[in-house]
Design a binder for this molecule. Structure first.
Ligand code: SAH
Ligand code: SF4
Ligand code: F3S
Length: 440
């Protein structure tokens, strides 16, 4: 088989990152080897995100960069994949006529056939149909060589229809995988050196909802805890409305489950939460946080927040700020509301001016930076278990890894530590990382 080069660029969430790993694995069966250099590639795939307008712009600006490459090398195949591809379908060609194939979120399995057909028939191919069963969910795709942390998709799609969000339209309805398939995949990952798994889904708390076996996230996590070779379990994303007491208890009683939860709150205003169709009140959220902290005092809690949702008054925004002050998240991913065509929020009045959204976002982010810095500073003097992932990005003398609470730690050490669990004494907490020293 001739060796061909694949350049794969990924935007968006962890699910998209894992989809890209699956694409690379499938195409390796056709002789494609990954390259970091788009100029050398025979096949370029852009795996896109459509969650906010900015994400779409990024995907198109990246695609624009590829145009000259196609002009220089006519046999180059360019594919547009992922959520924006799902959204636009064949309309992509009218924006970029040099694209050869458009592959939607349910069609990854067909990618090798699509590429082969473009090669042979020299015509454009578009596949964006939703399938009742997504066979790509089960494609075995270990993480890149030298990585000890793997993503495992346990479900696809979302049924929640939050008023601002395109995901249900682009990923389809919620479908859970069979627990045995997931467990088998994780056992196989351990044979590839994987020690930490992150279970992925848009709303993992409702895992199993459509399965006849009665499986749910708690039973799944408890079974994964028994797998030899797996040292750490994480899951994301959790939806506050479906976070059960039984799942919260797992943070105390399942030893391999890491003490971190990403629990997007979106807003601190009950009026806005209702209008977002989130299905919980600010009080419900606060109570869940309190219970989580009672069960597991050292748990780190991160969140997502949107500012400037239609109708968000200064008072609503202030309620979000007040909630942040009360909770003190370990970290927050915050965004300006971005209108997505076809979503319920498009019909709402009371658009917040762009400049006001920017002002709110900036203020909220500086408050969160203060909280994150404070949280990280209090870890100085503690000893944290770190799974060493590899060389630090900042210094050739340092290694880097994450605590169970998902914080990055840099510390002096050599490559022999990669893949090991070590105890690190924390010397100092910064905004984006911790500094430490391995304990002998
Ligand atoms: N399934 C996850 C999140 C998926 S999208 C959940 O339910 O939380 C990741 C984050 O993007 C969301 O939590 C939300 O904060 C943000 N987001 C989604 N749609 C958005 C939009 N139209 N404008 C701004 N932010 C948005
Ligand atoms: Fe979007 Fe809401 Fe589903 Fe998350 S739960 S993917 S925010 S619709
Ligand atoms: Fe983006 Fe699709 Fe993920 S829209 S956030 S890549 S599910």
């Amino acid at each position: 088989m001739n060796k061909k080069l694949l350049y794969l660029e990924t935007f968006g969430c962890q699910m998209n990152v894992h989809d890209s790993e699956q694409m690379a694995t499938l195409l390796s069966g056709e002789g494609y080897v990954l390259t970091d250099d788009a100029k050398k590639a025979d096949l370029i795939l852009i795996n896109t995100c459509s969650i906010r307008d900015k994400a779409e712009q990024k995907a198109f600006s990246e695609l624009g960069r590829m145009k000259v490459l196609k002009e220089e090398k006519p046999h180059l195949i360019i594919g547009f994949c992922g959520c924006l591809a799902q959204h636009l379908g064949a309309k992509v060609y009218s924006r970029a006529s040099y694209v050869d194939l458009v592959c939607g979120t349910h069609n990854i399995c067909n990618l090798p056939k699509m590429v082969a057909a473009v090669e042979k028939e020299k015509k454009k191919i578009t596949q964006i149909g939703f399938l009742p069963e997504i066979s790509s969910l089960g494609i075995f795709a270990p993480p890149p060589a030298g990585s000890f942390c793997a993503f495992v998709s346990i479900m696809q799609g979302c049924d929640n229809y939050c008023a601002y969000c395109v995901v249900p339209y682009l990923r389809g309805p919620e479908i859970s995988r069979q627990p045995d398939d997931i467990l088998h995949e994780i056992e196989k990952l351990t044979q590839n050196g994987v020690k930490e798994v992150t279970l992925l889904g848009q709303n993992v708390n409702s895992y199993g909802k459509n399965l006849e076996t009665g499986a749910h996230l708690v039973s799944l996590i408890k079974k994964i805890n028994e797998i030899e070779g797996i040292e750490r379990i994480r899951f994301t994303t959790s939806h506050p409305k479906d976070l059960s007491g039984e799942l919260m208890e797992c943070f105390a009683c399942v030893p391999k489950l890491c003490e971190h939860i990403h629990l997007p709150v979106q807003s601190g205003s009950d009026r806005i939460l209702k209008s977002m169709n989130r299905g919980y009140s600010s009080d419900d959220y606060l109570q869940k946080v309190e219970r989580l902290r009672n069960i597991c005092p050292q748990i780190s809690i991160t969140s997502d927040i949107i500012v400037g949702f239609p109708g968000e008054t200064p008072k609503d925004y202030q309620e979000t700020i007040d909630m942040m002050e009360k909770i003190r998240f370990d970290a927050v991913f915050s965004f300006k509301y971005s209108e997505r065509k076809g979503t319920a929020a498009c019909k709402l009045s009371g658009q917040v001016p762009e400049a006001e959204k920017s002002r709110r976002l900036k203020e909220l982010q500086s408050l969160q930076d203060r909280h994150t810095q404070e949280k990280n500073s209090t870890l100085a003097g503690s000893i944290q278990e770190v799974l060493v992932e590899g060389r630090s990005k900042n210094s050739a003398q340092d290694m880097s890894g994450r605590t169970r609470s998902w914080k990055i730690v840099n510390f002096p050490g050599g490559p022999e530590l990669a893949g090991k669990l070590v105890n690190v004494g924390i010397i100092r907490g910064y905004l984006h990382s911790l500094r430490g020293e391995v304990q002998s």
